[in-house]
Design a protein around this ligand. Structure first.
Ligand code: TTP
Ligand code: MG
Length: 392
Protein backbone atom coordinates (compact mmCIF):
# COMPACT_ATOMS: atom_id res chain seq x y z
CA UNK A 1 0.00 0.00 0.00
CA UNK A 2 1.18 3.53 -0.78
CA UNK A 3 -0.38 6.48 1.04
CA UNK A 4 0.08 10.09 -0.02
CA UNK A 5 -1.59 13.05 1.66
CA UNK A 6 -3.57 15.43 -0.58
CA UNK A 7 -2.04 18.90 -1.19
CA UNK A 8 -0.44 18.35 2.20
CA UNK A 9 0.84 21.74 3.43
CA UNK A 10 -2.13 23.59 1.89
CA UNK A 11 -4.65 21.15 3.39
CA UNK A 12 -3.17 21.62 6.87
CA UNK A 13 -3.66 25.40 6.51
CA UNK A 14 -7.23 24.94 5.24
CA UNK A 15 -7.96 22.64 8.17
CA UNK A 16 -6.64 25.14 10.72
CA UNK A 17 -8.24 28.20 9.13
CA UNK A 18 -11.72 27.23 7.96
CA UNK A 19 -12.07 30.53 6.06
CA UNK A 20 -9.50 29.12 3.59
CA UNK A 21 -11.64 26.08 2.69
CA UNK A 22 -12.57 25.98 -0.99
CA UNK A 23 -10.10 28.80 -1.75
CA UNK A 24 -6.93 28.76 -3.86
CA UNK A 25 -4.23 28.53 -1.17
CA UNK A 26 -0.59 28.72 -2.25
CA UNK A 27 2.21 27.82 0.17
CA UNK A 28 5.78 29.04 -0.11
CA UNK A 29 5.80 32.80 -0.30
CA UNK A 30 4.01 36.11 -0.11
CA UNK A 31 2.13 38.02 -2.76
CA UNK A 32 3.66 41.42 -1.97
CA UNK A 33 7.27 40.15 -2.00
CA UNK A 34 7.08 37.39 -4.59
CA UNK A 35 10.34 35.54 -4.03
CA UNK A 36 10.98 31.81 -3.84
CA UNK A 37 8.99 28.92 -5.22
CA UNK A 38 5.64 27.28 -4.54
CA UNK A 39 5.91 24.39 -2.03
CA UNK A 40 2.43 23.24 -2.89
CA UNK A 41 -1.05 24.61 -3.44
CA UNK A 42 -4.65 23.58 -2.84
CA UNK A 43 -6.56 21.79 -5.61
CA UNK A 44 -8.55 25.03 -6.09
CA UNK A 45 -5.28 26.79 -7.05
CA UNK A 46 -4.19 23.92 -9.33
CA UNK A 47 -7.13 24.78 -11.63
CA UNK A 48 -5.25 27.98 -12.50
CA UNK A 49 -2.12 26.05 -13.46
CA UNK A 50 -0.22 26.67 -10.23
CA UNK A 51 1.98 23.76 -9.09
CA UNK A 52 4.90 22.82 -6.79
CA UNK A 53 8.33 24.30 -7.62
CA UNK A 54 6.84 27.14 -9.74
CA UNK A 55 8.25 30.61 -8.96
CA UNK A 56 5.90 32.53 -6.65
CA UNK A 57 5.98 35.45 -9.10
CA UNK A 58 4.51 33.21 -11.81
CA UNK A 59 1.89 31.84 -9.40
CA UNK A 60 0.85 35.43 -8.58
CA UNK A 61 0.32 36.07 -12.32
CA UNK A 62 -1.67 32.86 -12.85
CA UNK A 63 -3.73 33.20 -9.69
CA UNK A 64 -3.74 36.87 -8.55
CA UNK A 65 -6.66 36.30 -6.14
CA UNK A 66 -4.83 33.35 -4.51
CA UNK A 67 -4.09 33.31 -0.79
CA UNK A 68 -0.31 33.14 -0.42
CA UNK A 69 1.12 31.82 2.85
CA UNK A 70 4.77 31.29 3.86
CA UNK A 71 4.03 27.92 5.51
CA UNK A 72 4.99 26.46 8.87
CA UNK A 73 7.32 23.48 8.50
CA UNK A 74 7.33 22.63 12.20
CA UNK A 75 3.56 22.23 12.12
CA UNK A 76 3.66 20.00 9.01
CA UNK A 77 6.35 17.82 10.57
CA UNK A 78 4.23 17.39 13.69
CA UNK A 79 1.25 16.32 11.54
CA UNK A 80 3.56 13.98 9.65
CA UNK A 81 4.55 12.29 12.91
CA UNK A 82 0.90 11.79 13.83
CA UNK A 83 0.17 10.22 10.44
CA UNK A 84 3.15 7.93 10.92
CA UNK A 85 1.60 6.70 14.18
CA UNK A 86 -1.55 5.79 12.24
CA UNK A 87 0.49 3.80 9.69
CA UNK A 88 2.21 1.92 12.50
CA UNK A 89 -1.19 0.70 13.67
CA UNK A 90 -1.86 -0.94 10.32
CA UNK A 91 1.45 -2.58 9.47
CA UNK A 92 4.67 -3.50 11.27
CA UNK A 93 6.65 -2.62 8.12
CA UNK A 94 6.36 1.05 7.16
CA UNK A 95 8.75 3.01 4.96
CA UNK A 96 8.23 6.77 5.08
CA UNK A 97 9.55 8.25 1.87
CA UNK A 98 8.73 11.90 2.43
CA UNK A 99 6.92 14.18 4.85
CA UNK A 100 3.52 13.09 3.50
CA UNK A 101 3.89 9.63 1.97
CA UNK A 102 4.78 6.10 2.97
CA UNK A 103 4.73 2.52 1.83
CA UNK A 104 3.04 0.00 4.09
CA UNK A 105 3.79 -3.68 3.58
CA UNK A 106 0.32 -5.18 4.03
CA UNK A 107 1.36 -8.72 3.13
CA UNK A 108 -0.54 -10.97 5.54
CA UNK A 109 -2.48 -8.01 7.01
CA UNK A 110 -5.12 -8.22 4.28
CA UNK A 111 -6.73 -11.13 6.17
CA UNK A 112 -7.53 -8.75 9.02
CA UNK A 113 -9.94 -6.86 6.72
CA UNK A 114 -13.07 -7.95 4.87
CA UNK A 115 -11.50 -7.04 1.51
CA UNK A 116 -8.91 -4.67 0.05
CA UNK A 117 -11.39 -1.85 -0.40
CA UNK A 118 -12.35 -2.02 3.29
CA UNK A 119 -8.65 -2.14 4.20
CA UNK A 120 -7.85 0.97 2.14
CA UNK A 121 -10.84 2.85 3.50
CA UNK A 122 -9.93 1.92 7.09
CA UNK A 123 -6.50 3.52 6.67
CA UNK A 124 -8.05 6.63 5.09
CA UNK A 125 -10.61 6.90 7.89
CA UNK A 126 -7.98 6.41 10.62
CA UNK A 127 -5.89 9.23 9.11
CA UNK A 128 -8.94 11.48 8.96
CA UNK A 129 -9.88 10.68 12.56
CA UNK A 130 -6.35 11.47 13.70
CA UNK A 131 -5.48 14.65 11.77
CA UNK A 132 -8.69 15.65 9.92
CA UNK A 133 -6.99 15.48 6.51
CA UNK A 134 -7.61 13.36 3.42
CA UNK A 135 -5.11 11.01 1.84
CA UNK A 136 -5.01 9.04 -1.39
CA UNK A 137 -4.28 5.34 -1.18
CA UNK A 138 -2.98 2.89 -3.76
CA UNK A 139 -2.92 -0.87 -3.29
CA UNK A 140 -1.03 -3.17 -5.63
CA UNK A 141 1.18 -6.23 -5.82
CA UNK A 142 4.39 -4.15 -5.47
CA UNK A 143 5.75 -0.69 -4.70
CA UNK A 144 5.79 0.54 -8.29
CA UNK A 145 2.11 -0.24 -8.85
CA UNK A 146 1.01 0.96 -5.40
CA UNK A 147 2.69 4.34 -5.91
CA UNK A 148 1.18 4.87 -9.33
CA UNK A 149 -2.19 3.77 -7.91
CA UNK A 150 -2.20 6.31 -5.04
CA UNK A 151 -1.69 9.05 -7.63
CA UNK A 152 -4.34 7.70 -9.99
CA UNK A 153 -7.41 9.33 -8.44
CA UNK A 154 -6.36 12.28 -6.34
CA UNK A 155 -7.57 13.83 -4.05
CA UNK A 156 -9.25 11.49 -1.53
CA UNK A 157 -8.74 8.53 -3.85
CA UNK A 158 -8.52 4.79 -3.39
CA UNK A 159 -7.22 2.69 -6.27
CA UNK A 160 -6.72 -1.04 -6.10
CA UNK A 161 -4.87 -2.82 -8.87
CA UNK A 162 -5.06 -6.62 -8.68
CA UNK A 163 -2.15 -8.66 -10.10
CA UNK A 164 -4.18 -9.79 -13.12
CA UNK A 165 -5.12 -6.16 -13.93
CA UNK A 166 -1.58 -4.77 -13.87
CA UNK A 167 -0.68 -5.27 -17.52
CA UNK A 168 -3.78 -3.64 -18.96
CA UNK A 169 -3.83 -0.86 -16.35
CA UNK A 170 -0.25 0.20 -17.10
CA UNK A 171 -0.51 -0.03 -20.89
CA UNK A 172 -1.79 3.50 -21.73
CA UNK A 173 0.42 5.38 -19.25
CA UNK A 174 3.21 7.63 -20.51
CA UNK A 175 6.69 6.16 -20.11
CA UNK A 176 7.76 9.04 -17.87
CA UNK A 177 5.53 7.61 -15.13
CA UNK A 178 8.19 4.92 -14.69
CA UNK A 179 10.72 5.56 -11.92
CA UNK A 180 14.03 6.48 -13.42
CA UNK A 181 12.73 7.71 -16.74
CA UNK A 182 13.67 11.35 -16.88
CA UNK A 183 13.40 13.81 -19.72
CA UNK A 184 16.53 12.47 -21.38
CA UNK A 185 15.45 8.82 -21.52
CA UNK A 186 11.91 9.80 -22.49
CA UNK A 187 13.39 11.92 -25.29
CA UNK A 188 15.41 9.01 -26.68
CA UNK A 189 12.40 6.68 -26.46
CA UNK A 190 10.23 9.27 -28.25
CA UNK A 191 12.61 9.23 -31.22
CA UNK A 192 11.82 5.50 -31.46
CA UNK A 193 8.06 6.32 -31.37
CA UNK A 194 7.82 4.89 -27.85
CA UNK A 195 5.53 7.02 -25.71
CA UNK A 196 3.38 4.68 -23.63
CA UNK A 197 4.28 1.76 -21.41
CA UNK A 198 2.58 -0.53 -23.93
CA UNK A 199 4.93 0.84 -26.63
CA UNK A 200 7.90 0.18 -24.34
CA UNK A 201 7.01 -3.50 -24.11
CA UNK A 202 7.95 -3.79 -27.80
CA UNK A 203 11.63 -3.23 -26.89
CA UNK A 204 13.66 -6.34 -26.19
CA UNK A 205 15.54 -6.55 -22.92
CA UNK A 206 18.87 -6.71 -24.76
CA UNK A 207 18.20 -3.55 -26.77
CA UNK A 208 17.19 -1.64 -23.61
CA UNK A 209 20.32 -2.83 -21.77
CA UNK A 210 22.42 -1.91 -24.79
CA UNK A 211 21.13 1.68 -24.75
CA UNK A 212 20.53 2.36 -21.07
CA UNK A 213 22.89 -0.04 -19.27
CA UNK A 214 21.71 -1.52 -15.98
CA UNK A 215 18.70 0.81 -15.95
CA UNK A 216 17.58 -0.89 -19.18
CA UNK A 217 16.76 -4.09 -17.33
CA UNK A 218 14.65 -2.16 -14.82
CA UNK A 219 12.75 -0.52 -17.66
CA UNK A 220 12.07 -3.91 -19.17
CA UNK A 221 10.70 -5.28 -15.88
CA UNK A 222 8.75 -2.18 -14.79
CA UNK A 223 7.05 -1.97 -18.19
CA UNK A 224 5.60 -5.38 -17.27
CA UNK A 225 4.70 -4.28 -13.74
CA UNK A 226 7.44 -6.39 -12.18
CA UNK A 227 9.13 -4.86 -9.11
CA UNK A 228 10.81 -6.91 -6.38
CA UNK A 229 11.94 -4.12 -4.08
CA UNK A 230 10.92 -4.75 -0.47
CA UNK A 231 9.30 -2.16 1.77
CA UNK A 232 12.24 -1.11 3.91
CA UNK A 233 11.50 0.45 7.28
CA UNK A 234 14.00 3.14 8.21
CA UNK A 235 16.53 1.78 10.63
CA UNK A 236 17.86 5.11 11.77
CA UNK A 237 15.89 7.47 13.90
CA UNK A 238 14.48 10.40 11.94
CA UNK A 239 13.89 12.42 15.07
CA UNK A 240 14.28 12.23 18.83
CA UNK A 241 12.30 13.98 21.48
CA UNK A 242 11.04 14.08 24.98
CA UNK A 243 7.99 15.68 26.57
CA UNK A 244 6.70 16.28 30.08
CA UNK A 245 3.05 16.47 31.07
CA UNK A 246 2.48 18.32 34.32
CA UNK A 247 0.16 17.04 37.00
CA UNK A 248 -0.91 20.66 37.54
CA UNK A 249 -0.80 23.25 34.76
CA UNK A 250 2.22 25.55 34.96
CA UNK A 251 2.35 29.28 34.25
CA UNK A 252 5.72 30.17 35.76
CA UNK A 253 8.09 30.90 32.88
CA UNK A 254 11.22 30.11 34.90
CA UNK A 255 9.84 26.72 35.87
CA UNK A 256 9.00 25.97 32.26
CA UNK A 257 12.48 27.00 31.11
CA UNK A 258 14.02 24.74 33.72
CA UNK A 259 11.92 21.79 32.53
CA UNK A 260 12.87 22.63 28.96
CA UNK A 261 16.58 22.60 29.90
CA UNK A 262 16.06 19.19 31.46
CA UNK A 263 14.37 17.86 28.31
CA UNK A 264 17.23 19.25 26.22
CA UNK A 265 19.75 17.43 28.42
CA UNK A 266 17.92 14.12 28.02
CA UNK A 267 17.63 14.45 24.25
CA UNK A 268 21.19 15.76 23.95
CA UNK A 269 22.74 12.76 25.64
CA UNK A 270 20.79 10.40 23.37
CA UNK A 271 21.97 12.30 20.31
CA UNK A 272 25.61 12.09 21.36
CA UNK A 273 25.31 8.43 22.32
CA UNK A 274 24.28 7.74 18.72
CA UNK A 275 26.96 10.10 17.40
CA UNK A 276 24.27 12.18 15.69
CA UNK A 277 23.92 15.89 15.00
CA UNK A 278 20.61 17.69 14.54
CA UNK A 279 19.77 20.49 12.17
CA UNK A 280 16.20 21.20 13.29
CA UNK A 281 15.01 21.95 16.81
CA UNK A 282 11.32 21.88 17.69
CA UNK A 283 9.49 23.00 20.82
CA UNK A 284 5.96 21.84 21.60
CA UNK A 285 3.57 23.52 24.03
CA UNK A 286 0.14 22.26 24.99
CA UNK A 287 -2.14 24.61 26.88
CA UNK A 288 -4.71 23.61 29.48
CA UNK A 289 -7.47 23.76 26.84
CA UNK A 290 -5.47 21.20 24.81
CA UNK A 291 -4.56 23.57 21.98
CA UNK A 292 -1.07 22.58 20.96
CA UNK A 293 1.58 24.55 19.13
CA UNK A 294 4.89 23.32 17.75
CA UNK A 295 7.57 25.71 16.58
CA UNK A 296 10.75 24.70 14.78
CA UNK A 297 13.95 26.30 13.71
CA UNK A 298 16.41 24.85 11.23
CA UNK A 299 20.05 25.78 11.62
CA UNK A 300 22.69 26.34 8.95
CA UNK A 301 24.94 23.84 10.77
CA UNK A 302 23.91 20.76 12.75
CA UNK A 303 24.41 20.83 16.52
CA UNK A 304 24.58 18.27 19.32
CA UNK A 305 25.69 20.03 22.49
CA UNK A 306 23.12 20.84 25.16
CA UNK A 307 24.17 24.49 25.10
CA UNK A 308 23.57 24.87 21.36
CA UNK A 309 20.27 22.99 21.48
CA UNK A 310 19.05 24.88 24.54
CA UNK A 311 19.88 28.24 22.99
CA UNK A 312 17.56 27.52 20.06
CA UNK A 313 14.88 25.74 22.12
CA UNK A 314 14.80 28.56 24.65
CA UNK A 315 14.53 31.15 21.88
CA UNK A 316 11.58 29.28 20.33
CA UNK A 317 9.99 28.92 23.75
CA UNK A 318 10.33 32.58 24.73
CA UNK A 319 9.08 33.75 21.34
CA UNK A 320 5.92 31.68 21.58
CA UNK A 321 4.97 31.28 25.22
CA UNK A 322 1.98 33.27 26.48
CA UNK A 323 0.57 33.73 29.95
CA UNK A 324 -1.89 30.83 29.47
CA UNK A 325 -1.35 27.81 31.74
CA UNK A 326 0.65 25.01 30.14
CA UNK A 327 0.00 21.29 30.66
CA UNK A 328 2.70 19.83 28.44
CA UNK A 329 6.07 20.94 27.15
CA UNK A 330 8.15 18.95 24.71
CA UNK A 331 11.20 19.29 22.53
CA UNK A 332 12.41 17.39 19.46
CA UNK A 333 15.46 17.30 17.28
CA UNK A 334 15.21 16.21 13.65
CA UNK A 335 17.05 16.32 10.32
CA UNK A 336 19.66 14.16 12.00
CA UNK A 337 23.03 13.63 10.42
CA UNK A 338 26.07 11.56 11.29
CA UNK A 339 28.40 14.20 9.97
CA UNK A 340 30.01 16.50 12.49
CA UNK A 341 30.46 19.92 10.97
CA UNK A 342 32.59 21.43 13.66
CA UNK A 343 31.61 25.01 14.00
CA UNK A 344 34.24 27.71 13.63
CA UNK A 345 33.02 29.07 16.91
CA UNK A 346 32.93 25.81 18.84
CA UNK A 347 34.50 26.03 22.25
CA UNK A 348 36.78 23.01 22.84
CA UNK A 349 36.44 23.41 26.62
CA UNK A 350 32.65 23.09 26.33
CA UNK A 351 33.06 19.94 24.20
CA UNK A 352 35.37 18.47 26.84
CA UNK A 353 32.89 19.32 29.59
CA UNK A 354 30.02 17.74 27.68
CA UNK A 355 32.09 14.62 27.09
CA UNK A 356 32.96 14.37 30.77
CA UNK A 357 29.33 14.87 31.84
CA UNK A 358 28.12 12.23 29.40
CA UNK A 359 30.75 9.78 30.62
CA UNK A 360 29.83 10.23 34.27
CA UNK A 361 26.08 10.28 33.66
CA UNK A 362 26.34 7.15 31.52
CA UNK A 363 28.54 5.36 34.06
CA UNK A 364 26.08 6.03 36.90
CA UNK A 365 23.08 5.67 34.58
CA UNK A 366 21.44 8.77 36.02
CA UNK A 367 22.09 12.49 35.64
CA UNK A 368 24.54 13.07 38.48
CA UNK A 369 26.02 16.11 36.74
CA UNK A 370 23.75 18.74 35.28
CA UNK A 371 23.84 22.33 34.13
CA UNK A 372 22.63 24.94 36.58
CA UNK A 373 19.83 26.05 34.25
CA UNK A 374 18.10 22.73 34.80
CA UNK A 375 17.18 23.49 38.39
CA UNK A 376 18.44 26.91 39.52
CA UNK A 377 15.27 28.64 38.45
CA UNK A 378 12.91 26.00 39.73
CA UNK A 379 10.41 26.38 42.48
CA UNK A 380 10.93 23.76 45.20
CA UNK A 381 7.75 21.97 44.10
CA UNK A 382 9.24 20.98 40.76
CA UNK A 383 12.65 20.05 42.06
CA UNK A 384 13.66 16.44 41.98
CA UNK A 385 14.01 14.93 45.45
CA UNK A 386 17.54 13.82 44.68
CA UNK A 387 19.47 16.99 43.94
CA UNK A 388 22.10 16.73 41.23
CA UNK A 389 25.52 18.32 41.48
CA UNK A 390 25.57 21.77 39.94
CA UNK A 391 28.26 22.86 37.50
CA UNK A 392 28.48 25.31 34.61
P1 TTP B 1 3.51 16.06 -2.63
O1 TTP B 1 2.89 14.83 -2.03
O2 TTP B 1 4.33 15.91 -3.86
O3 TTP B 1 2.40 17.14 -2.95
P2 TTP B 1 1.06 17.48 -2.18
O4 TTP B 1 0.82 16.57 -1.03
O5 TTP B 1 1.08 18.93 -1.83
O6 TTP B 1 -0.04 17.28 -3.28
P3 TTP B 1 -0.64 15.93 -3.87
O7 TTP B 1 -2.08 15.94 -3.49
O8 TTP B 1 -0.41 16.02 -5.33
O9 TTP B 1 0.12 14.80 -3.23
O10 TTP B 1 4.44 16.77 -1.56
C1 TTP B 1 4.13 16.80 -0.17
C2 TTP B 1 4.51 18.12 0.44
O11 TTP B 1 5.88 18.37 0.24
C3 TTP B 1 3.79 19.31 -0.17
O12 TTP B 1 2.52 19.55 0.44
C4 TTP B 1 4.76 20.42 0.01
C5 TTP B 1 6.12 19.75 0.00
N1 TTP B 1 6.76 19.98 -1.31
C6 TTP B 1 7.62 21.06 -1.45
O13 TTP B 1 7.84 21.81 -0.49
N2 TTP B 1 8.19 21.29 -2.67
C7 TTP B 1 7.95 20.49 -3.76
O14 TTP B 1 8.49 20.75 -4.87
C8 TTP B 1 7.07 19.36 -3.61
C9 TTP B 1 6.76 18.47 -4.79
C10 TTP B 1 6.50 19.17 -2.36
MG1 MG C 1 0.98 14.50 -1.23
Amino acid sequence: MHVDMDSFFASVEQRDRPELKGKPVIIGGQKDSPRGVVSTCSYEARKFGVHSAMPISQAVKLCPHGIFLPGDHGKYEAVSREIRQVFDQFSPIVESISIDEAFLDMTGCEHLHADLKTMGNSVKRAIYNSVALTASVGIGPNKFIAKLASDYRKPDGLTIVAPHEVKEWLAPMQVNRIWGIGEKTAGILATWQIRTIEDLRRCSESSLVQHFGKQGRNLYLLARGIDHRPVEPETEAKSMGKETTFTEDVTNIDTLRQVLANLVAMVGVRLRRHALWARTITVKLRYSDFTTITRSMSLPEPVNSDDDIFRVADHLFQENVTTAPIRLIGMYVSQLTTVAQSSLFADPRQDKLTELMDQLNTRYDRPILRKGREFELASPKHRKAEGPTSIG
